[in-house]
Design a protein. Structure first.
Lengths: 546, 369
């Protein structure tokens, strides 16, 4: 906009004022968005006063203000008080959005507030929707994209200010039966419409700030897209932080570090006490321990992951080698590709059903650890195969040619050239895949899940479970054939058992706190896999790019 | 030079004979023993025979021998067998869930124009009453899945495509390094943790705010599931946007367009099929999502009134299986497997559809059309 400033002082002053108003409207919209969020999550109540004025009136006043601001921007641009570059129309997309919006408002006002029954709401809805569509599409862009948004904000603000949506207001659609009834209260409607209007006005005033036209659209779209990315990251941090805050205190109950404080373990006949005592991770749940814990679930998850990796990784990497190095493109490879992608998108519960009908009858007829391991292994196969194959295909052909030129055989080339070069990608794929299956609940729910709150004595002992016998199959493992717990399953079992009462009579926490701590441990385990996987990939990528 | 055109079959026989002639006898023997033993292991495993371990051991021995003496051939043969196992597993899944579901289809026969169609009643009547009347219907479950998936797609589709645009086109490098792994981690949070938060925080909040009878709404389950499907949409759509040749974008920018104009007129249209494949895969994820739905819904299959009432959530195909599998017997179990069959077929269609779309896009951008 700096080219305009040289024209003359009148326009110069106008431009500065215009930019100031546009900037202020954007800032106010951002403020309103934040206020709307806090009201939606009940950090502030609508009837509480802010500086002596009820919150709802403050919100209403601000909405009217930004509405007037954005309309002012549009009008001053259309009267050519300001030099802008608007297009002929705000475009069909904006037209449909605004038209649909006003159609809905017309319908709600007619049916909910004016009480027009039957099909009586359609006419006002059509009138308003059509009007908004026409204004948006058939006027110049500066009017079309600001006026419908501004009028909406003024309308919403006016409704809040006049107290139509007072504390006693509510609306429930009459056509819903009483056992399916829904009631809308101001506590949701007000923040919801504040959020929506502030987004809309923020977008329109961002367009205005950049002078409409191509640059205006650019800025408006960027504001929304940045906000979207910011929102997603905020949700992520919010979720993780929330689980940590809720779960960590319980998970770390009575942790002690020092020589000899931990439980006694014996390794190779040597018995000694661990230097760490972490009751929540080292105890089972029973009346004999004060701090109930989730040891059986932790051990179960570890064995699940070990079993699934031992089963799936060799097969998946081998298949990836074949597909990337040996196979010619043909019918076989395309069938394999369809099958792999199909397995990738097969729902986890379907894998569970398959494990239950295929594996369980062949491993003793009851839910067992090995059925869970293999089911998760089946899920891991496509995850590892796809990433490994991609990593191998990314190895440049010059490497293979150089090795072949030295007279090295195919397998030697694969082993000493392709695999080492592809290793980072393969390892990352494995780690991310393991992170994914470690948190899976549905497949193990139907194939291996044990009791709700297993005691410490029910911890699986896979290594000690091996026995050699004289008849086929010559080796058995009782531990593998028994139901076991796992972290995600245990959380599910806790939820279904009910989180209401204090389940643990002498424990320093309630069942709900126990469940949060369980969720915290599960999340920590899974996210550490992700953190390691993503860091490895990042590290190797930088190394490659250098 | 062979001037006479040969059929495929004779071609294959000639190739095989050539292979036998060129390969040492000991390698052929090891290959035969290995093939026979792994196939018989499979057969014995089907019959749950304890002898499976014996044949498996024979296979391992023959593979080890081959590995020591004929490494090239063994490596090729073993990796090929591993590749074939992918097809085998998919085939086994199909066979086993269909076989287990068949009784439900068989019981629920209905006549159409004099022809008895198995399973039709599962889709035309709407009552699921395993205890009282031994009646099963997939209609309420399919309705629930459709509702959840619709909401989830409305969340994951636009937000996912916008995030993919952000990551691949807009974000400065430093911001991208934060946002991209962030979105991946969002996929890493286990579904039961989402479900737990939904169950303890969102569901009670929704029931209070909207004065609902009981807990569980399709609306908020859909929103949570959409959040979980979002990373799939982002990563696949981002790949598609990245595969648009840089020269196309540069050509547009050189004409003096803004970033956004280039995105809407060049990048998005060129990557359109890839982006829609991404949304399809996201829909597939949403349909298959189990635990969040199981924990947050009411687990009693019925239709809400009116049908578009998103504030009451009863059951989906996935949640019904997860919640009822434990105590189901006989026909009810088969009905749950039938729900699994419907899920599997739907998701497989989406998967194959998105693969076809992606293949088409690759061809177009590759300039072969």
């Amino acid at each position: 906009m700096s080219t305009i400033t040289s024209r003359n002082s009148l326009v110069n002053g106008g431009t500065n004022r215009y930019e100031f108003v546009a900037g202020a409207t954007i800032a106010l919209s951002a403020l309103l968005f934040a206020l709307g969020m806090t009201a939606l999550f009940e950090f502030v109540t609508l009837t509480d006063p802010i500086a002596g004025v009820p919150t709802v009136s403050v919100l209403g006043g601000l909405l009217v203000l930004i509405g007037i601001g954005v309309i002012g921007l549009g009008v001053s641009s259309s009267l050519e008080l300001i030099e802008t570059t608007p297009d002929r129309s705000a475009g069909l997309v904006a037209g449909v959005v605004f038209g649909g919006l006003w159609f809905g408002i017309g319908g709600i006002v007619a049916a909910g507030i004016l009480g027009l029954g039957g099909a009586g709401w359609i006419l006002p809805a059509l009138l308003l929707g059509g009007g908004a569509f026409a204004v948006t599409t058939f006027t110049r862009e500066d009017i079309g994209s600001t006026v419908p948004a501004g009028v909406l904000a003024i309308l919403a603000g006016g409704v809040f200010l006049t107290g139509v949506l007072g504390p006693g207001w509510s609306y429930s659609p009459g056509s819903f039966p009483s056992d399916n009834a829904v009631t809308f209260f101001p506590s949701v409607i007000v923040p919801g419409s504040v959020l929506f209007c502030s987004l809309l006005v923020g977008w329109a005033s961002a367009k205005a700030y950049a002078g409409f036209g191509a640059r205006g659209r650019h800025l408006g779209a960027h504001v929304l897209i940045y906000l979207n990315a910011l929102g997603i990251i905020a949700v992520l941090f919010g979720l993780v932080g929330f689980v940590v805050i809720k779960g960590a205190p319980t998970a770390f109950t009575e942790v002690a570090i020092g020589p000899g404080v931990g439980p006694e373990v014996s390794v190779l006949g040597l018995s000694f006490s661990l230097p760490v005592s972490w009751p929540f991770l080292m105890n089972g749940a029973s009346v004999f321990v004060r701090v109930d814990g989730i040891l059986p679930a932790v051990v179960g998850t570890v064995w699940l992951v070990v079993g699934a990796v031992l089963f799936a990784v060799p097969i998946a990497v081998g298949a990836a080698v074949f597909l990337a190095e040996y196979a010619d493109e043909g019918r076989f490879t395309s069938v394999v590709e369809v099958a792999t992608n199909g397995l990738w998108s097969t729902p986890s519960i379907v894998f569970g059903l398959f494990g239950a009908s295929f594996l369980i009858p062949r491993f003793g007829g009851s839910k067992s650890l090995i059925a869970g391991m293999l089911t998760l292994g089946f899920m891991l196969l496509p995850l590892v195969l796809i990433t490994s194959r991609e990593a191998m295909l990314a190895v440049p052909d010059e490497y293979r040619d150089a090795s072949a030129a030295l007279g090295v055989s195919k397998w030697q080339t694969i082993r000493s050239v392709v695999l080492p070069a592809a290793l980072p990608g393969v390892v990352t794929g494995i780690i991310l895949g393991v992170g994914r299956i470690a948190g899976e609940t549905a497949p193990i729910l139907v194939t291996m899940a044990g009791g709700t709150l297993p005691a410490g004595g029910e911890t699986v002992d896979v290594i000690g479970g091996f026995e050699f016998i004289a008849t086929p199959p010559f080796v058995t493992n009782e531990a593998l054939l028994q139901a076991s717990s796992a972290l995600p399953y245990q959380l599910y079992a806790l939820i279904t058992a009910g989180l209401g009462g204090p389940q643990f009579e002498d424990a320093p926490f309630t069942a709900l706190e126990f469940a949060w701590a369980n969720a915290f441990v599960l999340l920590t385990v899974v996210l550490s896999f992700y953190a390691i996987g993503i860091t490895t990939r990042y590290y190797f990528r930088r190394k490659l790019n250098r | 030079m062979n001037l006479i055109p040969r059929s495929r079959a004779t071609d294959w026989i000639v190739d095989a004979r050539k292979f036998v002639d060129e390969t040492p006898t000991s390698a052929l023997v090891a290959l035969t023993i290995g093939t026979v033993s792994i196939l018989s292991s499979l057969g014995l495993f089907f019959t749950a025979s304890p002898l499976t371990s014996v044949t498996l051991l024979v296979f391992l021995v023959s593979a080890a021998y081959g590995w020591i003496r004929h490494r090239e051939l063994t490596a090729r043969a073993v990796t090929m067998a591993m590749t074939a196992s992918m097809i085998l597993i998919l085939a086994l899944i199909v066979v086993f869930i269909f076989v287990e579901a068949w009784p439900a289809f068989d019981v629920a026969r209905a006549e159409v124009f004099g022809i008895s169609v198995p399973g039709l009643r599962l889709f035309v009547q709407t009552e699921w009453a395993p205890r009282a009347a031994e009646r099963y219907s997939l209609v309420p479950l399919i309705h629930g899945t459709v509702m959840v998936t619709l909401v989830a797609t409305l969340v994951a589709g636009p937000l996912g495509v916008a995030s993919a645009l952000f990551v691949s086109e807009i974000a400065p490098a430093a911001v991208r390094e934060v946002v991209k792994p962030g979105i991946e981690i969002l996929a890493g949070i286990p579904s039961i943790v989402y479900g737990f938060i939904g169950f303890t925080i969102i569901s009670p909040w929704a029931s209070e705010q909207f004065d609902l009878v009981g807990q569980g709404t399709y609306l908020f389950v859909g929103a949570v599931v959409g959040l979980m499907a979002l990373p799939t949409v982002v990563s696949v759509a981002e790949d598609a946007l990245n595969s648009v040749p840089e020269s196309m974008k540069d050509g547009s920018l050189a004409l003096g367009t803004t970033d956004w104009q280039t995105m809407t007129t060049i990048t998005l249209p060129a990557a359109f099929s890839g982006v829609s494949a991404a949304v399809l895969l996201g829909v597939g994820r949403a349909i298959g999502e189990t635990m969040a739905a199981t924990v947050m819904l009411r687990n009693s299959p019925q239709l809400p009134e009116p049908l578009y009432n998103v504030f009451y959530g009863y059951d989906t195909l996935t949640s019904a299986i997860a919640a009822q599998y434990g105590e189901a017997t006989a026909d009810q179990l088969s009905a749950l497997f039938a729900a699994g069959v419907v899920l599997f077929i739907t998701v497989m269609f989406l998967s194959i559809g998105s693969q076809l779309i992606e293949r088409r896009m690759k061809r177009q951008l590759g300039g072969h059309e």
